[in-house]
Design a protein around this ligand. Structure first.
Ligand code: ADP
Length: 304
């Protein structure tokens, strides 16, 4: 085998109160990464506006790490086709990293388990976020709902209920180059114990909702009194989008990852079109166009 292509889904991190802990794979957008053996080195080919230097692209870092870890001598050419918009809180760089780890595993017949693939894909996040976070990559590699424990890395996957639906609004605004760093810098360093109690109760209820396959419980527990209030000002129109969506029947609404996308939680029975239109109008009132996607949770990365 000389070449392998893998496809990995977008994802939403945090789900409100699960900051840096929760991830959910979304069948909204997909990245495709083709790895081909070559004589020497690592090279990247893409038509998308992302860095092509292997040290600055998540895929390059993953290949470099896996080559070293598994003592692979062959060079690797990486061809990236982006489907996940980069920098909008949809786990774009993580999707590329996830597809790369899965493709590398197949190309060199390594037979790696899910946790090892997550560890390898996580290394890529150094290129985009400047530090390693496993919430998006875990969801993108494994699919479904993910709880990430660190030190040591321990990833817990729960299959989402089949009637869970999400409506994502991706505002067409210019995102700052260091968006993830900026949005991390506004997160409070100290929090009142009472706020941590509220978030813990909601985060626990989200987990219970996934375990019980109860989309209503998941949706109404998407409430965050710590991170969302600190970040909302970075997204013009956020509170209007949220208010409109709740009024249209969404169960819960929050920032997707570090933003600026906004995600609404609903069920198959909700009026999803009404929620989508309400979110679009919330941004439009601020003269911001947005791409709205109604989607379900996704399975993990696969070779194709
Ligand atoms: P988000 O999760 O909001 O999409 P990311 O953490 O994916 O944000 O960061 C996007 C940043 O990562 C962009 O500035 C982009 O240049 C950089 N980046 C590096 N490699 C990739 C890649 N393969 N795909 C997408 N973005 C990448």
């Amino acid at each position: 085998m000389n070449s392998v292509t893998a496809r990995a889904p977008s994802s939403t991190a945090n789900l409100g109160p699960g900051f840096d802990v929760f991830g959910l794979a979304l069948d909204a957008f997909y990245d495709e990464v083709q790895l081909t053996k070559q004589k020497h080195g690592i090279s990247i080919i893409t038509d998308d506006s992302i860095p092509v230097s292997p040290r600055k692209n998540t895929t390059g870092l993953v290949v470099e790490y896996m080559k070293k870890k598994f003592r692979i001598k062959s060079g690797v050419q990486i061809r990236i086709k982006k489907g996940v918009p980069a920098g909008f809180g949809m786990g774009s760089s993580a999707a590329s990293a996830a597809a790369t780890a899965v493709a590398f595993n197949k190309l060199f017949s390594l037979g790696l388990d899910g946790n090892t693939l997550v560890e390898c894909a996580g290394v890529g996040e150094l290129a985009s976020a400047g530090s390693i976070h496993y919430d998006n990559v875990s969801a993108s590699v494994l699919g479904g709902f993910i709880i990430v424990r660190t030190k040591p890395l321990d990833v817990i996957k729960i299959l989402p209920p089949s009637d869970l639906r999400l409506v994502v609004a991706v505002p067409k605004i210019t995102v700052p180059k260091k968006k993830t760093q900026v949005s991390r810098s506004v997160v409070p360093k100290h929090i009142p114990l009472s706020d941590s109690v509220v978030n813990l109760a909601n985060a626990s209820s989200i987990v219970a909702g996934f375990v019980r396959k109860d989309s209503e419980l998941i949706g109404k527990s998407i409430q965050d009194v710590i991170i969302e209030p600190a970040r909302a000002h970075l997204i013009p129109g956020f509170y209007q989008v949220k208010k409109n969506s709740l009024k249209a029947g969404a169960l819960g609404v929050t920032i997707s990852g570090a933003g600026p996308s906004v995600i609404s939680f609903a069920t198959k029975k909700s009026n999803l079109k009404k929620i989508a239109d309400a979110m679009k109008k919330g941004f439009a009132d601020k003269r911001i166009d947005s791409q709205i996607v109604i989607c379900k949770p996704s399975n993990g990365a696969k070779t194709i």
